[in-house]
Every structure is written in structure tokens, then in C-alpha cells.
Ligand binder design. Structure first.
Ligand SMILES: [Fe+2]
Ligand SMILES: [Fe+2]
Length: 251
């Protein structure tokens, strides 16, 4: 069961159970292309995370904050390296990985945000976006492609720690800066985090499930994150932002 109490059972029409395909297994062109697309998407997310946090190694307001950010940057970079190395085992040089990723309007939008982020945005990012990333990666940890599943299982332990660090980080920063600036950042990033999962069901949804490369729809993953996110927002003493549009796209 995941955080939303949803079953993580393998669907009956899944042709490839978790960790059933290896590098030397016969692979259909459809399987290889779909796997490479999902791995390229993950590589993008990991690289984007490390690029977002990296400038704050020098800009974060205190020694401890800089140390924590530095640690997260190193780990995100290592997640990126792991996934591009897996792609290179499949014949894709690391610097060609971006040409395999899906196009989504969200990607350029993410890049626009980076230069204008403030410290409170970074704090909210560790609290919220790393948690959202955890639920996006959770399916990959049960992927039919064994080398990827094992790599993501290891990354997930670090992602969980990032999100837990984010929770502590937020509580400390609320003491230092007061609640208001962090509530404002939450109001901005809550919508962003919910939109990260995309439409309820992606157009490749059935293929992903049949090939054992995902187990839940975008909506199921978003639901798991939302339940967990609301609980943590309340626990830390902030208010869950009210939404004007309560389904994708959220605003
Ligand atoms: Fe990561
Ligand atoms: Fe992370």
C-alpha cells in the first residue's frame, strides 16, 4: 500500500513483472524506447534538482544551511549520473540523454523559475518538491527493468531523507524568519507540486503499465503525495493553500 492506501500490486495485464528484465535480456523496440524515455525524464529531473540547489551552496544564509544544500546537490548529481550511466549501458551516450526525454511545457517553465528563486522558495522546495519527487520515483523502484529498479531503490532512500531534511529545515526557518514568508512560498509551490504529475492519466499510461515500467496513474501518484503533503503542512503549523481550480491544471 502507498500513502493513499492504494494497492501497489502488479496489474494482471502487466507483461513484465518487477525486476524481470536485465541488460542482456531480449528487449522489444517498444520496451527499449519506452524505458529510455522514462529514464531520460528522470535524468532531467535529477539534473534540474541539482542545478536548482547548487547556487545556494554559496547563497544560503548560514553554515548549516549551506552544508545541507551541498549534501543534497551531491546526491542529486549522483542520481543523475546513475541514470545516465544506465542509459549508456543501453547504447545512449550520457550527453545524448536529453534527446530521449518527453517534451512537456513544464520543463521550460521550471528552468525560468530557477534564476528568480529566493531563499524561502528553496526551503519550500526541499520540503515539498523533494517529497513530490519521491512519489514520482516510487513506481520506478518496482520497474520491470532490474538495473533501474535497483538504482532507484537506492536513490529513494536519499530522496526520503531530502524530504525529511526539508521538514526539519522548514521548521527551523519558520523559527528564524516567521511563518508569513514561508506560508507565501507554500501558496506558490503547492500548486506547482500538484501540477508536476501532469494530467490524470498520461497518453502512454496503458503502455507503461503493460510493460511494467509504472504501476499507478499520474492521478494515483498525485493522490498519494497530496495526502502525505497535507498531513505534513498541518504538522509543521502552516495552512494548506486554497485552490481556485481543484483539478489539473491546479491554480
Ligand atoms: Fe534525486
Ligand atoms: Fe531530492
Amino acid at each position: 500500500m502507498d500513502a493513499a492506501g492504494q494497492s501497489l500490486q502488479v496489474p494482471s495485464y502487466c507483461e513484465y513483472p518487477p525486476e524481470s528484465v536485465d541488460l542482456d535480456s531480449p528487449m522489444t523496440e517498444e520496451y527499449r524506447a519506452t524505458l529510455l524515455r522514462l529514464m531520460a525524464n528522470q535524468a532531467y529531473g535529477e539534473r534540474h534538482a541539482s542545478n536548482t540547489y547548487a547556487p545556494w551552496i554559496n547563497r544560503a544564509p548560514g553554515i548549516e544551511e549551506r552544508r545541507i544544500i551541498g549534501e543534497i546537490v551531491t546526491e542529486e548529481l549522483s542520481h543523475w549520473r546513475t541514470v545516465v550511466e544506465l542509459m549508456s549501458d543501453l547504447g545512449v551516450p550520457w550527453d545524448e540523454a536529453p534527446s530521449y526525454q518527453s517534451f512537456h511545457h513544464f520543463y521550460p517553465l521550471c528552468r525560468c523559475f530557477v534564476p528568480v528563486m529566493r531563499w524561502t522558495d528553496i526551503v519550500m522546495s526541499t520540503f515539498l518538491i523533494d517529497r513530490a519527487a519521491y512519489y514520482m520515483l516510487e513506481d520506478y523502484a518496482r520497474s520491470s527493468y532490474a538495473p533501474w529498479a535497483r538504482a532507484v531503490q537506492a536513490s529513494l532512500e536519499e530522496e526520503e531523507r531530502h524530504a525529511d531534511l526539508g521538514m526539519e529545515f522548514l521548521a527551523t526557518q519558520m523559527e528564524k524568519l516567521g511563518t508569513q514568508p514561508l506560508q507565501r512560498a507554500l501558496n506558490k509551490w503547492w500548486r506547482f507540486a500538484l501540477n508536476m504529475y501532469g494530467p490524470s492519466k498520461s497518453r502512454h499510461h496503458d503502455t507503461y503499465l503493460r510493460l511494467g515500467l509504472k504501476f499507478r496513474s499520474n492521478e494515483d501518484r498525485r493522490r498519494a503525495f497530496t495526502i502525505d503533503g497535507i498531513r505534513r503542512i498541518e504538522e509543521v503549523g502552516l495552512t494548506v493553500p486554497k485552490l481556485i481550480h481543484n483539478s489539473y491544471p491546479y491554480f
